[in-house]
Each structure stands twice: as structure tokens, then as C-alpha cells.
Design a protein around this ligand. Structure first.
Ligand SMILES: Cc1ncc(COP(=O)(O)O)c(C=O)c1O
Length: 479
């Protein structure tokens, strides 16, 4: 479902918010904080509550469901078991909870100054994942994945990264567990965000611009286009290729897969407890979607309540208009990477050869959507909208000037979605409760903000001809 910006969205200028410095009455709590004993002991697995099971992941050669043995070259057994588990509550290992204590539970804020700026009757809450060492939700799964790999005797991990948030999260987790980490970073981001690369190197990881000459997949892309700006699909191919070649090496993915979404559910579980402290419950939940993990993290525990007969909640995914997999993609079997080294998953996809334009929310430049998120969309349990880069930076700056936190360009999509909901409430005169995931800070994305303020950013549109070609190339899977 597509939603238009409510009338009046742009009517209020940023400079009009002088009065935001006014004092709040002490009973108007701003931060809802849980102590470390309240870190969840279990991840929530939505597969246990789904009315219809999601389509199986298929082997691209046989079109039969993949077996654990098919995945064993890439992932340790525990993660493969989580990928297919239908158990509702999956215990978080104690060493992982111990590390989570470094930043979890993360705060839940009531956005009182943003509410005031928007003059909305809605109550806006945001869960802030930017307090993690890497600055986003990504360490929630990086630490878990590093733990299970270490336990399985693995010494090296390969991965891809878009904006660098995931690469730096896995680099951090690798440093904690003594694992070597090799990150293929999408070239356009590698050039846009040099300090993310420096952070990965500070954690002792190696970061290579993708496409690279280090893999056959990278060399094939460079042979066709030496100046290729890269894509997450290509970077995944490079990381998977290397992991499959060595017994001491496995591959780690920062989004999309069931086990990654599972690990992120600590976000929603904590938010539920924090809203309970506030005596509140969301009418609508908003999150940005690249591969779907922060969205799933905040939303799945609440959708689970609904699926078990509890309160209903509207859930809105916000994606970039220049890479609109959920709103414009086809729900079909596709490869997770460009060189077709992965199994086939049924998901909303723009086609695995689609290269999104180089907009700044690098973490949202993926051709597909998590199969679980896609499945929920097909079941009508979630909605999706697409927003442009300029709309999202505008929303992010409004938010920063009211709440003080400068969001990551990816998180700006969630901010934009939440502001649209708040303004809808204003027009409709409804006092709804809006919860959104502020999944990361933008402190390594300052060049994007400099360029935005200098009027240098544009709204990229994707190439319709390329999209048609990428969709035409979808694998023909027998029904
Ligand atoms: C801050 C941030 N938010 C969101 C995303 C998108 O990933 P996902 O949709 O899995 O949350 C990324 C990916 O790199 C990210 O860095």
C-alpha cells in the first residue's frame, strides 16, 4: 500500500522551532530505561506463530528445498538450526547476553520535542539502537554470529557491507572473539564513508572495496565495467565465494536471513517492556527496510502478540524510492547475490543484477527483501511505503533539531515514516501511539549531511530499463 505525504508536511520550517527549549514537567518522562537484568533471555521466533509457513528456500540446481548440508559450507550448525527452527523462544547464550550488557538494554525515548514541533496529538516513541559500539542495531546479530562461529572452531569470517555499519559491527564482534574478519564494502560507500573503513580497521578487520580483484566474481564484474560502483549483491558474491573455499572460513550476513532477523528481536522485546513502563502500546510501528532486520527486530514481537490473538498493530516498512523492493519488486524466487552463488529464496526482489543508484542510505541498497518480511507483506500483516532521499534527509534534520540525535541516512527513512504518521494523526485528530526504530546514528555520514545542506544531493531514480532487464532475468523455478 502506498501512502501520500499528508497535506502540510512541508509547511513548517525548521527555523520555527525556537520554543523547543521549553522546560518539561518532571513527570513527563523522556527516557524509559531498563537495567541489565532485563536484557531478554530469549530471542522471539515468529515462525512459531505464522498462520502459513513461508515458502522453502531452494537449491538452484535441483529446485528442491536446501538441506542443512547444502548450507554447511557457509554457516555453523547452530545458525543453520536457527534458520529453520519453528520453536517460539530461542535461548540467547549467556556469553552473548554478557556482551549485550555493553549497550543493552537500549533506551526507549518519548519524542516530546518532536511531538511539539509537529504539533501532533500523537505520542511518538523511538527505540535508539545507535548506543551500540558500532552505532546501530547490527551488533545484536554480529555478536551472536561471531559467538556461534567461534564455538564451531571457525577462525575467519567474510562478509559484505553497504554503509559500513554491518562491516564495523562484525569487525567489533570479531575482535571480541579473536576471529579474523574480511569485509567487502560496496565501492560507492567505500569512497563516500572512509571513516567507516577506518573503524573496521581499528577493530583489526580488513576492508576491501567491492567489486575487487580478489575474487572471480569481482574480477568478472570489473572486466565488464572497470568503474563499477558496486552493489550489496556483488559484495555478497565475493564474500560467499571466499568462505566456500576454506574450511576455517565461514560467511556472515548482516540482514535478510531468518536467524539474523531472530537476533534482532531483542529490540522489540525490550521496547515492549519499556512501553509497558510508560503504560502504553503502539497503534503503529515504523521502521526502515534494507534487508529487513531492524524492521523485524522491532516489529516481530508485536506482530507475534497479534498472531496469538492479542492486540492488533499497524506496521509500516519504509524503503528508499530508488531501491523499492517491497513496493515495486516482484514476489518471486531469486538469488541473494549477483554471481548466483546463494540458494534461491522467495522474496520481493528487483532482480539480482539490479544495481541501485548511489544514494547515501547505503544499507538500503539491496535488490531483495528478507523472505520473512516479504511473506508477512503477502499475508497482509504489514504495509510498505517508499520515500525519496531528499524527503528523508529533511525528516532527519527536523528530528535532529528537536531530539538532538543525528540519525543514520537509513534511519532517516523511519523518521520520515513516523513524521508522516504523526501528521496524519494531526489531520485526523487522533491520539495514536507511534513507535519507530531509530536504528543507528549518522556520525560517520557527515559528508552526506554536508552535501544535503549544500543542496548537492539529488533524488536518484533508478533506471527503469535496467529494472525490467533485471526482472526478466529472474530464475525460472518450476511451480
Ligand atoms: C543503520 C542501518 N539501518 C538499516 C540498515 C538496513 O538493514 P536492515 O534492513 O537489515 O535493518 C542498515 C544496513 O546496513 C544500517 O546500517
Amino acid at each position: 500500500m502506498s501512502r501520500q505525504a499528508p497535506a502540510g508536511y512541508d509547511a513548517r520550517r525548521l527555523e520555527d522551532n525556537d520554543s523547543l527549549a521549553a522546560e518539561l514537567p518532571v513527570e513527563d518522562t523522556v527516557k524509559y530505561l531498563l537495567d541489565e537484568t532485563r536484557i531478554p533471555k530469549f530471542w522471539y521466533n515468529i515462525a512459531a506463530d505464522l498462520p502459513v509457513s513461508p515458502p522453502a528456500v531452494l537449491h538452484p540446481g535441483t529446485f528442491k528445498p536446501v538441506s542443512a548440508a547444502d548450507l554447511a559450507a557457509l554457516f555453523p550448525d547452530e545458525l543453520i538450526a536457527q534458520e529453520v527452527s519453528t520453536e517460539r523462544d530461542i535461548e540467547i547464550p549467556e556469553p552473548v547476553r554478557e556482551i549485550y550488557r555493553q549497550w543493552r538494554p537500549s533506551p526507549l525515548y518519548r519524542a516530546r520535542r518532536l511531538e511539539k514541533l509537529l504539533d501532533t496529538p500523537a505520542k511518538i516513541y523511538y527505540k535508539y539502537e545507535g548506543v551500540s559500539p558500532a552505532g546501530s542495531h547490527k551488533p545484536n546479530t554480529a555478536v551472536a554470529q561471531a559467538f556461534y562461529n567461534k564455538q564451531a572452531g571457525i577462525s575467519r569470517l567474510t562478509t559484505e557491507t553497504g554503509a559500513g555499519q554491518w562491516g564495523s559491527s562484525l569487525a567489533y564482534a570479531g575482535a571480541l572473539f579473536g576471529l579474523e574478519v574480511l569485509v567487502f564494502m560496496v565501492r560507492v560507500s567505500y569512497e563516500q564513508k572512509p571513516y567507516r573503513r577506518a573503524l573496521m580497521e581499528a577493530y583489526d578487520a580488513r576492508c576491501v572495496a567491492s567489486p575487487s580483484a580478489e575474487t572471480a566474481s569481482g574480477r568478472a564484474v570489473l572486466a565488464a565495467d572497470p568503474a563499477h560502483r558496486g552493489s550489496l549483491g556483488i559484495a555478497i558474491s565475493e564474500a560467499v565465494e571466499l568462505a566456500a573455499q576454506r574450511d576455517d572460513t565461514k560467511y556472515a550476513l548482516g540482514s535478510v536471513l531468518n536467524h539474523v532477523l531472530l537476533h534482532q528481536t531483542v529490540v522489540g522485546k525490550e521496547a515492549m517492556a519499556q512501553l509497558d513502563m510508560a503504560g502504553d502500546y503502539p497503534d503503529v510501528i515504523v521502521a526502515c527496510t534494507g534487508g529487513g532486520s531492524n524492521f523485524a527486530g522491532i516489529a516481530f514481537p508485536f506482530i507475534g502478540v497479534q498472531l496469538r490473538g492479542g492486540r492488533k498493530v499497524r506496521v509500516v516498512a519504509v524503503e528508499p524510492a530508488a531501491c523499492p523492493s517491497l513496493t515495486r519488486g516482484r514476489y518471486a524466487y531469486d538469488f541473494g547475490d549477483t554471481a548466483h552463488l546463494t540458494p534461491l529464496a522467495k522474496m520481493h526482489t528487483l532482480g539480482s543484477s539490479f544495481t541501485p543508484p548511489g544514494f547515501h542510505a547505503g544499507g538500503l541498497r539491496y535488490h531483495g527483501m528478507a523472505p520473512l518480511v516479504s511473506h508477512l507483506k503477502e499475508l497482509g500483516l504489514i504495509e510498505a511505503i517508499a520515500c525519496t532521499q531528499l524527503e528523508c534527509f529533511d525528516a532527519g534534520l527536523r528530528f535532529a533539531r528537536a531530539e538532538g540525535i543525528l540519525p543514520a541516512p537509513e534511519a532517516n527513512h523511519a523518521v520520515r515514516g513516523a513524521i508522516m504518521e504523526a501528521l496524519r494523526c494531526k489531520i485526523e485528530g487522533r491520539r495514536e501511539t507511534i513507535l519507530f526504530n531509530l536504528c543507528g546514528h549518522g556520525h560517520f555520514d557527515m559528508q552526506a549531511y554536508i552535501d544535503y545542506r549544500a543542496g548537492k544531493l539529488v533524488d536518484h531514480s533508478y533506471d527503469e530499463a535496467e529494472l525490467a532487464m533485471a526482472l526478466a532475468g529472474l530464475p525460472a523455478v518450476p511451480a
